[in-house]
Design a protein around this ligand. Structure first.
Ligand SMILES: C[S@@+](CC[C@H](N)C(=O)[O-])C[C@H]1O[C@@H](n2cnc3c(N)ncnc32)[C@H](O)[C@@H]1O
Length: 268
């Protein structure tokens, strides 16, 4: 079993959790590097199954110094891999207002994205924004309505986190790589935690399990245009009991598909 995580702390925790387990290799790598990891660590042998368990982990959310939480004061970092890229504070310091607006609108689905971006811009002219609670307070002042049970900074923090870690780009690259490394008959299972991710997973699996529409209605469909995957069941959501035991599972959606051909499906 190969386990990939881009967070060095998660890799270290997994090594402690399974000492001496010779069947498991834990690799510090992003999902987008899955192809290379399988080549390097398994000689490129096709794999029987891929599980992508997306998003952030509880240890990341709960450690104030990782900078993911709007309720715990910490440096505004938000990188899952602190050895790569730039912390959220650096992006917030340099991004043009329009870029901030579009990231917050698209990745946070925030109605007040313009007001939030302008408030951040006004504030950063005075003092650099370096702490999580500092940003949370700025966003809180800019978001006009209150959604029940949701902190007003939830959407903007989600947007920033997705952006800083290029999570949707990673997901798309990870899905393509997963399909390639799978054996015929192997299964891809993906657990996502919000609608933007789930939409990408759903569209990928639908596309791979359809006939290329160019050939729709024609008597002969060549093999490369036949479906390359088969959907396995519908989407799964956690039961009420699981959500009660683990509230962070409440938004999880699991989708599964099986690879049935080396190539095919509708083009991207
Ligand atoms: C929901 S947690 C699950 C962790 C683990 N599967 C478990 O059950 O304890 C998601 C994990 O995926 C990692 N992660 C998220 N996006 C990643 C990516 N693009 N590449 C590699 N790891 C990623 C995060 O660092 C985090 O540790």
């Amino acid at each position: 079993m190969l386990a990939l995580d881009r967070d060095p702390q998660a890799v270290a925790a997994a090594a402690l959790r399974f000492p001496g387990e010779v069947r498991l290799e834990v690799v510090h790598a992003p999902f987008a590097r899955l192809r290379e990891v399988v080549r390097e660590r398994a000689g490129g042998r096709p794999v029987r199954g891929v599980l992508l368990d997306l998003g952030v982990s509880s240890p990341q959310l709960d450690a104030a110094e990782r900078g993911f939480s709007f309720t715990r004061d910490g440096p505004l970092d938000m990188r899952m891999d602190p050895t790569q890229g730039e912390p959220a504070s650096a992006w917030i310091a340099r991004a043009p207002v329009e870029e901030m607006r579009s990231v917050i609108a698209e990745l946070g689905e925030e109605r007040f994205a313009r007001r939030v971006a302008e408030a951040i811009d006004a504030s950063r002219r005075g003092t650099p924004i370096t702490r999580t609670v500092q940003l949370a307070a700025i966003v809180e002042g800019a978001v006009r309505t209150r959604e029940p049970g949701k902190h007003p900074a939830t959407r903007s923090f989600q947007a920033l986190r997705l952006h800083v870690n290029d999570e949707l780009g990673q997901l798309k690259a990870g899905l393509d790589a997963a399909f390639e490394v799978l054996a015929i008959g192997g299964r891809l299972a993906v657990i996502s935690f919000h609608s933007l991710e789930d939409r990408i997973v759903k569209q990928f699996m639908r596309r791979k399990s359809s006939v290329d529409p160019v050939y729709a209605g024609l008597p002969h469909v060549p093999p490369q245009a036949q479906p390359a995957m088969r959907l396995v069941g519908r989407k799964h959501k956690p039961s009420a009991a699981e959500v009660a035991a683990n509230p962070r599972a409440r938004s999880a959606v699991l989708r599964i598909a099986e690879k049935i051909a080396a190539q095919g499906g509708a083009p991207a």
